[in-house]
Design a protein around this ligand. Structure first.
Ligand SMILES: [Zn+2]
Length: 453
């Protein structure tokens, strides 16, 4: 397969600077500048922006659709955001299916069909406006200056939405000289083995790579197995669309000498939070994308949580009017802080951002406890193929395991010790080996279940 280097950047035929500047480029530069300016401003500045944006959104929804208006008024007048009803994914889907896109003002452009990727356990179709697409795209672009990336250096992306490119190692997304960016080497995720991806990256030697965490992990395995020599010069790996385990960050540093820069986003509203650009540790906090969304955390009863406590993440998309996600429950769990505990930035910040919601355990004192167990936590102590933790009493948890060999007493003790250390010493563990776990049919597997409290 041929390795084709990117062609030099072309000078646009219409290049008549400074007499003319393309409108979309100028818009992007202005959007990125304003996004970064608001993030760095005192909180009162972006809070005022959020309040104004939310007021406009609510006023629009109330006049645009009786069904959406009635829903918003369920708990009383539409005045305080925290009184508005929480929007579950199933209800969002029902509203969009029954009523379609809200009739948009001309400035928002057309409404276009869009959908979630399906990794949420509940695929949802909805609408986005041309206006919201621009806002999302330009928010993603702001990630480059935020993380100090020089777009003229060699850069690469592995994507599942890249069109097939048979016979070619990669294709190019055209660079844009107005924006100081070179061509982006892009490659289709699914058309190559992990070893081939690893070898390709070594040949290309980009300064940074955008990739989903599962593919990244597969490529790291290929390097670890000696299927390819790691590239030199890779500085950043940009990830999205999955939970980033501390171990993945460590392996990326060890094998590639690069740091992961993750973003937390969703199809419904785009960016929700960005990994703190100043923390290179194993568990960095995420700054909320305050120019795109208002983020809240609530408990199971829908009550606001004190800062730092783990609970359900609600997002309100400030620019998405075609299918408005207002206090929308993403099915994720995190803790919210008023400022960044790592770098001190005056932005709301998420920690313990642990991906799609799994069950919370309850401590004997009744607090929700999110549990994150990695594959190596388990495999270091037993050949675990599947597991499920079921809390059956305030201090007792049933540990269901499917194992590759019979459960020995030594394994049982090692599992209990690992769980006591990783979760809490307050619990007793009832460890059982099963042929198969009775996962509920049709549901995404939930590996932490609380049947108590
Ligand atoms: Zn920070």
């Amino acid at each position: 397969m041929e390795f084709a280097p990117a062609p030099p950047l072309e000078t646009p035929a219409s290049w008549q600077w400074p007499a003319r500047v393309d409108g979309l480029d100028a818009q992007r530069i202005a959007d990125v500048g304003l996004i970064l300016t608001l993030e760095r401003a005192p909180p009162a500045v972006w809070q005022a922006f959020q309040t104004k944006s939310l007021q406009r959104l609510l006023a629009f929804v109330v006049q645009a659709s009786p069904a959406w208006r009635d829903r918003l008024r369920r708990n009383g007048p539409v005045s305080r955001q925290t009184q508005l009803p929480i929007l579950e994914r199933a209800e969002f889907r029902r509203l969009v299916e029954s009523h379609g896109a809200l009739p948009l003002p001309a400035a928002h452009g057309d409404a276009l069909p869009h959908s979630t990727s399906g990794s949420t356990g509940m695929p949802v179709r909805f609408f986005v406006s041309q206006h919201s697409l621009r806002v999302v795209r330009n928010h993603f672009h702001a990630g480059h200056p935020r993380h100090g990336r020089d777009l003229m250096r060699t850069r690469a992306a592995l994507g599942s939405r890249t069109d097939p490119h048979p016979g070619l190692e990669h294709v190019f997304a055209r660079g844009n000289p107005w924006l100081g960016e070179s061509h982006l080497y892009t490659r289709r995720n699914t058309d190559f083995s992990m070893a081939e991806h690893a070898q390709w990256l070594a040949r290309l030697a980009p300064a940074w790579l955008a990739v989903n965490p599962t593919v990244l992990s597969g490529m790291l395995e290929a390097y670890e197995a000696g299927d390819a020599t790691p590239p030199s010069g890779l500085e950043q790996v940009i990830t999205f669309g999955g939970t980033i385990e501390a171990r993945l960050r460590q392996r990326t540093r060890q094998v590639l000498g690069a740091s992961i820069r993750d973003r937390y986003s969703c199809e419904e509203i785009g960016p929700v939070a960005w990994q703190c650009p100043n923390d290179r540790g194993d568990d960095p906090p995420y700054h909320v994308a305050v120019t795109n969304t208002i983020v809240e955390t609530v408990d199971d009863a829908g009550q606001a949580l004190p800062q730092g406590e783990t609970g359900r993440v609600l997002v309100t998309g400030l620019h998405h009017w075609a299918s408005p996600a207002i206090r929308y429950d993403l099915g994720d769990v995190a803790a919210l802080h008023p400022r960044c505990p790592a770098c001190g930035a005056g932005l709301p910040t998420l920690t313990q951002l642990l991906g799609r919601r799994r069950g919370l355990l309850r401590t004997p004192s009744g607090r929700g406890l999110f549990v994150r167990l990695t594959a190596s936590d388990w495999l270091d102590v037993a050949p675990v193929r599947e597991f499920r933790l079921v809390q059956q009493a305030h201090d007792r948890i049933r540990v269901e395991l499917v194992l590759a060999m019979p459960l020995s007493d030594a394994m049982r003790e090692a599992v209990a010790a690992m769980l006591s250390q990783r979760i809490s010493p307050e619990f007793s563990w009832e460890i059982v080996a099963l042929e198969r776990i009775a996962w509920p049919p049709g549901e995404k597997r939930q590996d932490i279940v609380c049947e108590f409290g």
